[in-house]
Design a protein around this ligand. Structure first.
Ligand code: SF4
Length: 105
């Protein structure tokens, strides 16, 4: 993938925070999760098929010093989303119990 485009309309070097969504879309950039963007970057870096069919090469990347390396498989290994401590589970169960009691009043 060639990331450098020869556009002479002043777009190059522009701050994306100061661009409209439409301007970004016109350049081929659409809203995506950061992890998906990283996965796409890794596929591009390693020369894998953009469809992800051959992302086995990305899984074998040995550049462990690359800041993207932990995220290259499309998941954030540091995310605690979905994990709940026993204390938080007990709090959530209590809230649910109270909500059900209040609904039946
Ligand atoms: S983790 Fe590997 S494949 Fe991904 S950008 Fe870094 S060097 Fe490239």
């Amino acid at each position: 993938m060639n990331y450098v485009e020869n556009i002479s309309d002043g777009t190059q070097g522009k701050d994306p925070r100061k661009m409209t969504v439409q301007e970004l879309n016109n350049l081929g950039h659409f809203k995506k999760s950061m992890v998906k963007i990283i996965k796409e970057m890794c596929n591009s870096c390693i020369g894998a098929d953009p469809s992800g069919q051959r992302n086995i090469e990305v899984s074998r990347c040995q550049c462990i010093g690359c800041p993207l390396w932990p995220y290259r498989m499309g998941k954030n290994p540091f995310s605690t989303r979905g994990e709940m401590s026993d204390e938080r589970k007990a709090e959530a169960a209590e809230r649910l119990r109270n909500a059900r009691l209040n609904r039946n009043l």
